[in-house]
Ligand binder design. Structure first.
Ligand SMILES: *Cc1c(COP(=O)(O)O)cnc(C)c1O
Length: 358
């Protein structure tokens, strides 16, 4: 017998699955929190002119230094804080977990939340503690959290603010309390910042153990794969040592640099999405037999009461609409998550949902 994967590879791999993305060819795509509006046609020629100047035979700028300046300006970042870019925020989650991966290290997250925290911890071989949210309200269970933080002393706590897939935005005093309670880092993941009423950036400015995480994915540039973390200069200098060289490719650097110099375009799109979120939420609330959860993000979670989430999901697929079936994730029994699309897409979804419910 020759070498087999089972013999050679880490035993954990036998029980893992590759990250599955449903095929959405030809469907109305309301499953992945993408911004439905394309890059404005009026800007495309200028963007392509920037790309023309990229020297693909050369390695990209190793620190993405021009991009950094553009970000500092576009988001009015404090000059006292340092920025690290990642190939999507997923890469930065990996960087953070690798950096704390001492034997028996633990990270903590709430559940349900963004699945990559747990998955990446498993890839890296770090323990995960998941603290359930309150049933049905999806609020933080503060007493339990404080207890588990004391018990497990997590090296990193990941808090998605607003939370995916519930849409909940935690009260700022609760996040601050968590920062005060822990002896580790707290990552405030604001992937949905463009759609939320407040940001917790001020906590990052006040507490060196708090790290801001953002991405350009949900604001309209998911194809670029660009995320960033922001935090205390000393912490960032240490973390940067484990970043792979040239991790942000030249095309992404040039494209993001151009896009962020025109950030008002994306701010306008985010406003439209927030308006559509209210329209969609009102339409869902008007329907019988579903529960709609309030959302501070560009998606809405709802619970099917008289049918099964699986049957509704399939029926929407038959109508060429794909949303996300999250109904097998613990507290999310019979829940579905729909991304806010364009007005036309949302109306098509509402019509199809209405008919599948009746
Ligand atoms: C979508 C999402 C991200 C993903 O970010 P990428 O930059 O696309 O890797 C990170 N955090 C949360 C909470 C998300 O929902």
């Amino acid at each position: 017998m020759g070498i087999t994967p089972e013999k050679l590879l880490r035993a954990e791999l036998a029980n893992m699955q590759a990250y599955h993305v449903a095929d959405s060819t030809g469907l109305i795509k309301l499953d992945a929190m993408e911004n439905p509006y394309p890059f404005p046609a009026a800007l495309k020629d200028q963007w392509l002119a920037e790309l023309k100047q990229v020297e693909l035979n050369r390695y990209p700028n190793p620190q993405a230094s021009e991009l950094k300046k553009t970000f500092q300006k576009a988001f009015s970042l404090s000059p006292k804080l340092e920025l690290i870019f990642g190939n999507g925020s997923d890469e930065l989650i990996q960087l953070l977990i690798m950096a704390v991966a001492k034997p028996n290290a633990t990270i903590l997250t709430v559940t349900p939340s963004f699945s990559m925290y747990k998955l990446i911890a498993e890839y890296v071989g770090v323990n995960v503690v998941e603290v359930p949210l309150q049933q049905d309200s999806f609020k933080l269970q503060m007493d339990l959290l404080v207890e588990q933080i004391a018990k497990y002393q997590p090296a990193v706590i990941f808090l998605a603010c607003p939370n995916n897939p519930t849409g909940t935005l935690w009260p700022q005093d609760q996040v601050e309390e968590i920062i005060k309670q822990t002896t580790g880092l707290v990552v405030i993941d604001e992937a949905y910042a463009p759609f939320a009423v407040y940001s917790m950036m001020h906590l990052v400015e006040r507490y060196p153990q708090a790290i801001m995480m953002r991405t350009v994915s949900k604001m309209g540039l998911a194809g670029l794969r660009l995320g960033w973390i922001l935090g205390d200069v000393q912490w960032m200098a240490e973390l940067d040592k484990m970043r792979l060289p040239y991790n942000i490719n030249a095309l992404t650097q040039a494209s993001a640099n151009f896009a962020l110099q025109n950030i008002s375009v994306f701010d306008e799109q985010a406003k439209l999405i927030c308006q559509q979120r209210e329209v969609l939420s009102n339409a869902l609330q008007a329907m019988q037999n579903i529960n709609v959860f309030p959302s501070q993000a560009n998606f809405i979670l709802f619970k099917v009461l008289k049918a099964t989430a699986n049957s509704i999901y399939e029926s929407l697929l038959n109508n060429k609409i794909i949303i996300k079936n999250v109904s097998n994730d613990g507290l999310l029994e019979n829940c579905l998550r729909v991304t806010v699309g364009t007005e036309e897409e949302n109306q098509a979804f509402i019509r199809a949902l209405d008919s599948s419910l009746s």
